[in-house]
Design a protein around this ligand. Structure first.
Ligand code: PLP
Length: 449
């Protein structure tokens, strides 16, 4: 079979292979890369997944996109190394599960993407004897996951922009206590501002000597690893191989795109609940067919989902035959009926999120944090409205200890600190700050030239 090529959602005629898409991140016309052809995983292979380990399933899902760019043995070693932690599928009641994606080194689901992407990038850079600067914006968890994934590598520097007032102290500490090749940068502004600054730097030719690369969820290398855990969870939760309903807490929609890619590859999935916080531009679009970004984004307690104009909607629209550019302008409407068939979108308020944390704990002794609670609340609403016919899996994307204040407030208990975060509160922090102007970011970056 021929190697899968990737095209830009903005329509640029050039097609690139996985290696190139991974290393440049964003297409030259500011579009996002999508696979030209989505490979199918045969049902006979999916039926074997219940007996396979996480890294083994990951190999089957990722390999078709890589072709022979990475040898089988190198890929399997990378996957074994990247996914050396637990992925619990925890039963809540009946066939309702919480998928805990928070056992990686930075305790958020972003470790899944960052750890494989980091290893792939490192592999390709070594092959070419090159170095790069990873420039990325974070709403809370990407920054630390990416920083940890690249920490200590010789040929990679990482600059992470974060909104100064919108990350929790522990989220910040996970980035600012590393040092070495990791440079955290606090920005006066919101996540969307950080994202806009990063995008501007990418098209600034004065910075081309830096070999900028993005590790945001706009990078296709972040997306593919996020298709894997859907297959894994389905194989563990669905005893008879039935289709599963997934509930996905969504901000920039990278997690959801991983799931939809998996579905197009053959994942036995019934439907996806797309659960947002009060940044409800997508649920409103699904109702009305009119897309209106939210500007500025609303500050909710599920802070990693405070995104008013999700980048990955460009991919989502593309998957359903539409086109959206990098400014959020829709030049071709997607097939709304097909989207409604696959997706059930809900917006969950902070009040409902807090109540959900409280009730999940008092009813089931299941400890959720704000992002996972948005998904669980979305699932409950789906079950009420659409009926209860399938096994359901709700994604829990961070460890509750990252949000101690909210957990104590809702449940009265102090979430235990996972081993990966044990010393975090004691380590010294090191980071720089800039205002929200592009000129300030540029000055800062020029020092690396
Ligand atoms: C980033 C993040 C999300 C949102 O994921 P997207 O891919 O941006 O939709 C949800 N929960 C947590 C804890 C996150 O860090």
């Amino acid at each position: 079979m021929s190697l899968i090529k990737f095209f830009s959602t903005n329509g640029h005629p050039e097609r690139v292979d996985f290696k190139r898409a991974l290393l440049i991140g964003q297409a030259p016309d500011k579009g996002l890369y999508m696979p030209e052809r989505i490979p199918n995983i045969p049902r006979s292979l999916i039926d074997k997944f219940p007996k396979m380990s996480y890294p083994e399933i990951a190999r089957e899902v990722v390999k078709p996109y890589l072709g022979d760019l990475v040898s089988d043995s190198v890929l399997q070693a990378m996957l074994n190394d990247a996914y050396n932690y637990d992925v619990p599928v925890e039963k809540v009641y009946d066939e309702k599960y919480v998928l805990r994606l928070d056992r990686g080194p930075t305790c958020s689901f972003k470790d899944f993407a960052a750890r494989l992407m980091g290893r792939l990038i490192q592999h390709f850079l070594k092959e070419d004897g090159r170095s790069i600067l990873i420039l990325t914006a974070t709403s809370g968890d990407t920054g630390s996951a990416v920083a940890h994934a690249f920490f200590g590598l010789d040929n990679v520097k990482v600059v992470v922009l974060f909104p100064e007032k919108e990350v929790t102290e522990r989220q910040r500490r996970q980035m600012t206590t590393l040092g070495k090749n990791v440079f955290p940068l606090s920005v006066e502004g919101k996540f969307d501002d950080c994202q806009a600054l990063v995008k501007q730097a990418f098209v600034d030719s004065d910075l081309s000597a830096l070999n900028l690369s993005s590790a945001n969820s706009i990078n296709i290398g972040r997306l593919l690893p996020q298709a894997v855990y859907y297959f894994f969870a389905q194989s563990r939760a669905s005893a008879r191989g039935e289709d599963v309903v997934f509930s996905v807490p969504s901000g920039n929609f990278g997690d959801l795109m991983g799931g939809l890619l998996a579905m197009k590859m053959g994942l036995p999935a019934q439907r996806f609940v797309v659960a947002t916080n009060e940044n409800d531009e997508f649920p409103r679009f699904m109702q009305t067919g009119v897309y209106e970004p939210i500007q500025p984004s609303r500050n909710c307690i599920s802070n990693a989902m405070n995104v008013g104009r999700p980048s990955n909607l460009a991919r989502l629209f593309c998957l359903y035959g539409g086109q959206m550019d990098e400014t959020g302008h829709v030049s071709k409407a997607p097939d709304l009926n097909a989207m409604r068939k696959d997706l059930y979108a809900v917006s969950v308020t902070d009040e409902e999120t807090r109540r959900t944390i409280k009730e999940a704990y008092s009813q089931y002794k299941v400890l959720l944090e704000p992002h996972g609670a948005v998904a669980w609340a979305g699932l409950l609403r789906y079950l009420k409205e659409c009926g209860d016919y399938s096994p359901c899996i709700s994604l829990e994307t961070a460890d509750p200890a990252k949000f101690p204040e909210e957990i104590v407030r809702a449940t009265g208990i102090i979430p235990p600190l996972p081993p990966a975060m044990a010393r975090l509160d004691e380590l010294a922090e090191l980071y720089d700050s800039i205002d929200g102007q592009y000129a300030s970011l540029k000055d800062y970056l020029m020092r690396f030239v």
